[in-house]
Design a protein around this ligand. Structure first.
Ligand SMILES: [Zn+2]
Length: 314
């Protein structure tokens, strides 16, 4: 265990830092009062694009947005910190860790921190999960954040959470932190990284609406004991779901061939006239039969070429 140092006083990414006004997850400083605690937190109650949300699958818009590209370390070292609201990990190797692809286009967003919520903050079809990991990213020169959310449910052992288990015993009290190494951040990304994408906010004060959310639809698993290692310190650290309002949640299914690129139109099927069969003319057929047969072949070929041109994405 170490003592607090100066870097801890910085306002953390995702708002997880030393807060200006006390807030909590229940009681008189709980989520329903965040917006009134200080003018700085006004967006918590007045904002129209708040997070988390309940993602209702059948209301999402399936789109081809492109697969996400994760360039994450497999042996990260850094500091595990009990910031009084959650357990947070700051990596020393974040310069080599970034996400791109999907709706992020060519921009690279670097990992600035990771932290857990219990139970999950987002819901999938009204369902909460025992844990939700937030991997917080920021692009150089911008205040915009990209947060990847990964749900954990009870199941087989989690290599990722295992790296937290030993140091977490050292930081059960707020303000404590401990060095940690060997974290394989790639191991927390599901093999299929299909995702929901929407624009939202930080889920803690000041609830600023500058977050691109990428909520992975495939869950990870952890043993019940592994989940309890965390929940015995913080059993309830999640903001209630917020109204979606007029926002659209998009869904990109990785590897789904039924999802077509944007502006990709399926052409009408090519049909030859129903009462015509194309036959190779007999050698002794009259010349007009040859002309008719060749014309029909040309008609079908031209129709086919037109349809192939329409298949190309615009
Ligand atoms: Zn969070």
């Amino acid at each position: 265990m170490q003592t607090r140092s100066s870097w801890e006083h910085e306002e953390g990414e995702d708002g997880h830092g030393w807060d200006h006004a006390g807030w909590s997850y229940d009681g008189p400083t709980g989520p329903q009062y965040w917006g009134t605690l200080t003018p700085d937190y006004a967006q918590c109650s007045s904002g129209g694009r708040q997070s988390p949300i309940d993602i209702i699958e059948f209301r999402t818009s399936r789109r081809f947005l492109g697969d996400l590209k994760f360039t994450y370390p497999t042996n990260a070292s850094g500091t595990l910190w009990n910031n009084g609201h959650t357990i947070e990990f700051h990596s020393e190797t974040n310069l080599w860790s970034h996400i791109s692809g999907g709706p992020l286009y060519e921009d690279q967003y670097h990992i600035v921190s990771m932290h857990l919520h219990a139970p999950s903050e987002h819901q999938l079809n009204g369902k909460y999960y025992p844990l939700e990991l937030h991997i917080v990213h920021q692009a150089r020169g911008t205040m915009d954040l990209v947060v990847v959310a990964v749900f954990f449910e009870e199941g087989p052992y989690s290599e990722f959470l295992a790296e937290y288990e030993y140091p977490i015993h050292d930081i059960e009290t707020p303000d404590a932190h401990s060095p940690v190494g060997g974290i394989d951040v790639m191991s927390v990304i599901p093999r299929n990284a299909s995702y929901y994408y929407y624009r939202g906010s930080l889920t803690i004060p000041d609830c600023d609406e500058r977050v691109t959310w990428l909520v992975l639809s495939h869950t990870m698993t952890a043993l019940p004991e592994q989940i309890q290692e965390f929940t015995k310190i913080y059993p309830h650290i999640n903001r209630p779901v917020q109204p979606l309002n007029s926002r659209v949640v998009y869904f990109h299914a990785e590897g789904d061939p039924s999802l077509l690129p944007p502006n990709f139109h399926i052409p009408a099927p090519v049909e030859c006239p129903p009462n015509v069969t194309i036959t190779v003319p007999e050698r002794d057929d009259p010349p007009e039969h040859h002309v008719l047969g060749i014309s029909l072949v040309f008609f079908c070929l031209i129709a086919l070429m037109v349809s192939l041109r329409a298949v190309r994405p615009k």
